[in-house]
Design a protein around this ligand. Sequence first.
Ligand SMILES: [Zn+2]
Length: 423
Amino acid sequence: MTAQESGFDLLASFLRIQGFRAVDVELREWPTRQDPKRRVKVVVLEDERGFHVCPDCGRRHEEPWWRQTEPLRFRDCSMGDWETYLELYPCRVACCGGTRRERFPFEMPGHRMTRRFFERVAALCTRLPIYEVAAMAHLSWDTVCRIDKQAIELALGGRELSLDGLRWIGVDEVSRTGGHVYFTIVTDLESGRVVYIGDGKGDKGLRPFLERLGKRGRRRIRLTASDLGYLPLLAREFPKATHVLDRFHIVQWLNEALNTLRRRLFGGAPQDRAGRTLKVKKWLLLSGRERLEHKNKLVLARLMRLNRPLYRAYLLKEEMRGILHHPWRYFGALRRNLHAWYQSAVRCRLPEMQKVARRLKPYFDNIVAGYEQRLRMGLMESINSKIAALRGAARGYRDREYFKLKIFQRCSLPHNPWARIVL
Ligand SMILES: [Zn+2]
């Protein structure tokens, strides 16, 4: 007895689509301009369910209005080495004040592809750049982009996240292109999720968020963490909250000051060896000392011997980093350390460092507040670097809304929403 006679349809069980029978599998020539020898596999299906579903209301119709003479093809996961399509003749049903093309249970609405194919492409998009996925899936850049966008929106349940129950927020700005175009990012510091992304920076970027939060939402905010660009604004909008100056930004400032100093000392064409090395290896100065390899520590030490002022500034930066990274329990000691740092910074006779120190001084209380509240400190830094990685992978997003969705995907959704998918 063959598989056919026993009523067991091998192909159907392989396809795993209930209610449809595979009547034929063809290998067709389907040339495109890029690939004149392109061949695809087409599985011809027959509907055995005996009813047709209206795409709008979902009602079942036993009698179709008519059967279309043109077949529809849905891209499916590949069988063997070929792109695979499911082909069938759909019916039109009279429903919802007109005629509609019936909806199949396996199709992804809005796309000529099966749901499972859509999900696999979306899964790849969580980790790979669009053009890589497009090449793997033999799809156009735009199609993959559309799939990714829709998948993220489905996972988020819309384009905007709920702001209910928000108590601790972190506010920061990131650039979309590495300059000029900015987003304002609001993070829920308790859950670690990005909850809002506004266009522009400063007041302009934050205003819609404040409006969406409403009066009651604003009263619930107990703590904000941000850099100096937002701190005065947040202090005005949330007068009763604690305002924390995020330590990540303080280190950023010190790095900027160090860089300006380096440029001043070794400006123009490098004169000597130290200058040349520094021009090439400015990251030596900017990365934390504990992250450097031994070899690089030696290079740094040599550079520093050659240039006392730079060494002084470098030490000031590392000292502040040391203070900020210490898990302080006794805030008096933290305060004493900050003041001692301030004293040595204003006495160092380097205007760049003095400027940062003077700018920081009025906000020492805002730094201490972060430790008092036991704020998770690395959070804003990690979100910032995740966004930088996203920007790098896509070489700057041209599409503003898409970049926002990608940020939500990386910073608000669970790590792998497609865990059940098997490739
Ligand atoms: Zn209907």
